[in-house]
Design a protein around this ligand. Sequence first.
Ligand SMILES: [Zn+2]
Length: 499
Amino acid sequence: MDFIPRPYRHVAATVALTCFSIGLFSAHGSHLIDRHHAVEDAREAAAALEDTQTRLDVSISKAEQVVNSAKGLEDESDLAAAADALKASIVDAAAAAEEANDAATSVEIVTEGVTATSADQYVDETAQAAQEIEIEADITTDDLADAQAAVTDLAAVLDGEVDDPDVARAATEQLESAKQAIDQVTADVETEAQSLHAATQEVQLAKDLATLDTSVQSALATTVSSTELISAVGRRVVTSSTVTAALGADSALRAAATRAQEVDRSNADEVSTALADLESATTGLAATMEQLQVSHEAWVEDVNAERQAANDTLMAAYQEKVEAARAEWKAANKKAVGNNQGGWTGKPTGVAGSNGRVAASSLCTLDFDTSHQLQCAAAEALEAADAAYYSATGRHISITDSYRSYASQVATKANKPSTAAVPGTSNHGWGMAVDLDYASATWLAKNGAAYGWVHPTWARAGGSRPEWWHLEYVATSVGGFEAPAKPDLEELAVSAFAR
Ligand SMILES: [Zn+2]
């Protein structure tokens, strides 16, 4: 068996090229050269197998990415089936790769030898297994001897004592068959991965197309309302660049929508890009519109602060004018009352009808007591007096009698012959007199002059016919209070975004 001179044996087992040079000097040169070529072939096959395994690793890694991207769309049954097929191919490939790995390892032992430590360990383990077989199976001495011989043979192989080219050829065959298996599963994985990728793209494209159509519609609707808003805002902003930015983003979204409408609908990448563009342009417009709103509303706030201040000034001046006019009106009323202490006489100017038969158009219902009517100027003046009475006492003037028709004056005269006036002569018949409760009558006798009302001298204590409850309106020449016209106030601005 020892064709290689002993000093070189170890070297030959580990360095292949050495066996070639030794062969040149050997008596059995042709045998050694043959063995050398066989070992070289085995090594090349081992290297080829390694490349194949690398390619498989890359294919599996790509296939896993395809499976992952398909996962999000797995609700589509076709896709799920393709994904399952690819997963099965990956499992097959992994198993084949493992087998090939085993083949490569055993070939490595044949062609490269192993380190002393691993060889000893391997021999020890095998010998121990043989002993265990003996104990457990009660095998014969011959069987044990065979097992021991097998261990010895293995030890020889592990020592690198391979000198049979057939052993190396067998190893090469084993490697090449492993490579073929790997090539086959790699091709399977790649085919399934391509099929799943194509199916995924098809499903993704269908989904993207559906999304694209709604996105385009929504983008166009967004630009319509944005354009309107930007136009409504105009230049009314505190930062003018917000308008420019919003206009730019609005055009960008419109352009993206137009491009999306013209996209090649069979091209998944183009559709996907158009969708991403739409989304980005939509987000961009929303951001600029938000900034525009902030800038516009700051403008509205500033402007309204100015307008409100101007309005406040106008209203303060107006209130002063009103107060002055009211003071003038009260002074005029007092003057009229001073000239007419005896009460009202005759038919009021401008009143249609006759005593007790005053036209409805010349009578006004009192706002604080709708069961009573007076001649309109008298009613208005009594309402002004009531407002003052109310703010002083918290109560309204309490009326027992006001305008009295001719028929009811006849009835009153029948009931109170001594106090009631002759029908057709009472100022109640003109809507120029009231009868009040004690508190109201006392207050109006004291304060009524400013409103044109007087407690006539004849009705006062010591008068010709004392009636503490009876007061009359005498300031028809003054009339009701007419407030000055209100100033034109500046209208406050409203945010264009509030509409
Ligand atoms: Zn009266």
